[in-house]
Write a protein that binds this ligand. Structure first.
Ligand code: HEM
Ligand SMILES: [Cu+2]
Length: 553
């Protein structure tokens, strides 16, 4: 545990009157705020809104695929629906999810600072996100896009006559939101740590965000430029991707995946940060191999940039390139495996309890592992050539992104909800929601591995009869999953008014964020803490408790 100079009263049974939520009232005080915690709340509301729209589109996809014919919508509408589902989920939900909400809220507090390094740029990030999101919605309402979220050329540059330009620019704008967030985190973690908060006392949540920030800052500009090139290709025919003018459509693939593979880790690394905190708290043990887990985040960030062409095995790269990228892809599995094994060792002989955040964390470990292992099939060029562009791909990335990342997001939202709002969520129904989500998830996406192996291609509205049974399973599962997601939206809002008052440290966790009041003051700390203890020192915490007991007795 980290000691700080002034410990406020524990669990006062009522919510402190003065906190960041009550500090100033009125819409304007929120819209012009520089407080990282309020900006986190603004993000939480906005990404939930987009998750809801993306989810409704997912429902439409699954409903269409209930029957072999394309009878709910025409094929070109279907193309737009899955494109918008992908665009919204990736760029407007997954990329900002944990960093913009929990990262924004927690990083300054975890390192003992009063705010991020650049509060105004933080607010600007949120506005850029909104502009990007607004443009995406505009593109969707005024006719949609049909290229898939990958904007593959020459479809996007020459053949599609849909809103490619608006959507491309929307992602360009939203990209800057991500770049600024990453910059803000990097500078804050470097410059604003409290006295005593050395690099190796940083919570693993901060290490994970540090690594993800490097990816945001180095990767996102490449995507932004690539999309501008697509727009220029469509408007003035600049010719970068057009072979008749000396360009090359495969160049687009290189540029796009140079961002979009690392982007997978922009999405997953912050989630891994959440899991480290949750697993340690609910097994009351120090994270096994702290240094290895911290450095594996950085290793994932670095290796993540060397594997992009595994998305291009069938797209006209040389056999030599296929061999090299296949090999490099296997390498990136190593640091991810280090994390999984170290979490497992942390659990070993821990005093484990099964509160909601922990249930989601177990969900993460299981589903991410399946997602990751099937990634090894896809990284091996031989199997990839059979499986690529089939439903195996859809299953694989949903296991990683939805089974992994979204589980981590829900774990973190539940874990820090008492800190953010001052109130507990209702435990029993939350545990139920976590279980329903897990069951619904597997029902939805496991059949898609089988569909893929049997050869059902992705991105088609109709399919041969023999695939129907598995598709019916998948659609049924999606309805269960939908219930699993809807429940937290309802009971978390309910808890804002009726939830039990949480107190400062409901989980008896270590870490600076648990030593300040819930919800925190606008300035986080009345005096800047001095950090002396190691992070995750639960053994110390238990000894303190025994000490207190012997004193009382
Ligand atoms: C109830 C939950 C969901 C269902 C039933 C669902 C269903 C689907 C289906 C069937 C496709 C394939 C479309 C096709 O290729 O024909 C798809 C694509 C996709 N989904 Fe989901 N999805 C769900 C949730 C999510 C979530 C939560 C995310 C991200 C957070 C997500 C991200 C994506 C992405 C990136 C694509 C790729 C689109 C493409 O490249 O074609 N999905 N989804
Ligand atoms: Cu990749």
């Amino acid at each position: 545990m980290s000691t700080i100079v002034s410990l406020p009263d524990q669990a006062t049974a009522r919510i402190p009157k003065r906190n960041y939520l009550t500090n100033e009232n009125g819409l304007l005080s929120w819209l012009l705020t520089g407080d990282h915690k309020r900006i986190a709340v603004l993000y939480l509301i906005s990404i939930t809104f987009f998750f809801f729209i993306g989810g409704a589109l997912a429902g439409m996809i699954r409903l269409e695929l209930l029957t072999p014919q394309s009878d709910l919508m025409a094929s070109d509408t279907y193309n737009k629906v899955f494109t918008m589902h992908g665009v919204i989920m990736v760029f407007l939900f997954l990329v900002p999810s944990v960093p913009a909400t929990l990262g924004n809220f927690l990083i300054p507090i975890m390192i003992g600072a009063k705010d991020l390094a650049f509060p105004k740029i933080n607010l600007l990030s949120w506005y850029l996100y909104l502009v990007g999101g607004g443009m995406t919605l505009t593109a969707m309402i005024t006719g949609g896009v049909d290229t898939g979220w990958t904007f593959t050329t020459p479809m996007s540059t020459h053949f599609s006559n849909t809103n490619v330009i608006t959507t491309g620019l929307a992602i360009f704008v939203a990209g800057f939101s991500s770049i600024f967030t990453g910059l803000n985190f990097i500078v804050t973690i470097h410059r604003m740590r409290a006295p005593g908060m050395t690099w190796f006392k940083l919570p693993l949540f901060c290490w994970a965000h540090y690594a993800a920030s490097i990816l945001m800052v180095l990767g996102t500009p490449v995507l932004a430029i690539t999309l501008v090139l697509v727009v220029l290709e469509r408007t003035i025919g600049i010719g970068v991707f057009d072979p008749t003018k000396g360009g090359d459509p495969i160049l687009f693939q290189h540029l796009f995946w140079f961002y979009s593979h690392p982007a997978v880790y922009i999405m997953i690394l912050p989630g891994m940060g959440v899991i480290s905190e949750v697993i340690s708290t609910f097994s009351r043990k120090r994270v096994f191999g702290y240094t290895a887990v911290a450095f594996s985040s950085v290793a994932i960030a670095v290796f993540g940039f060397f594997v992009w062409a595994h998305h291009m095995f069938i797209m006209g790269v040389s056999n030599y390139a296929v061999l090299v990228f296949s090999l490099l892809t296997m390498l990136v599995a190593v640091p991810s495996a280090i994390k999984i094994f170290n979490w497992a060792f942390t659990l070993y002989k821990g005093s484990i309890t099964f509160e909601t955040p922990m249930l989601y964390a177990f969900g993460f470990m299981g589903l991410f592992t399946i997602g990751g292992l099937t990634g090894v099939f896809l990284g091996s060029s031989g199997t990839d050539i059979h499986l690529t562009e089939t439903y195996f791909i859809v299953a694989h990335f949903h296991f990683v992104m939805v089974g992994g990342m979204l589980m981590a997001f829900l774990s973190g939202v539940h874990f820090w909800w008492p800190k953010m709002t001052g109130r507990m969520y209702p435990e029993k129904i939350s545990q139920l929601a976590a279980v329903v989500t897990f069951i619904g998830f597997n029902f939805t996406f496991f059949p898609q591995f089988l569909l893929g192996m049997l050869g059902m291609p992705r991105r088609y509205a109709a399919y041969p009869h023999e695939f129907q049974v598995l598709n019916v399973f998948s659609t049924a599962g999606a309805s269960i999953l939908g219930v699993g997601y809807l429940l937290p939206m309802i009971y978390l809002i309910w808890s804002l008014k009726y939830g039990e008052v949480a107190g400062n440290n409901p989980w008896q966790a270590t870490g600076l964020e648990w030593q300040i009041q819930s919800p925190p003051l606008t300035e986080n700390f009345t005096t800047i803490p001095i950090v002396t203890q190691d992070v995750y020192d639960y053994e110390w915490l238990e000894r303190q408790k025994e000490h207190e007991v012997t004193h009382v007795g």
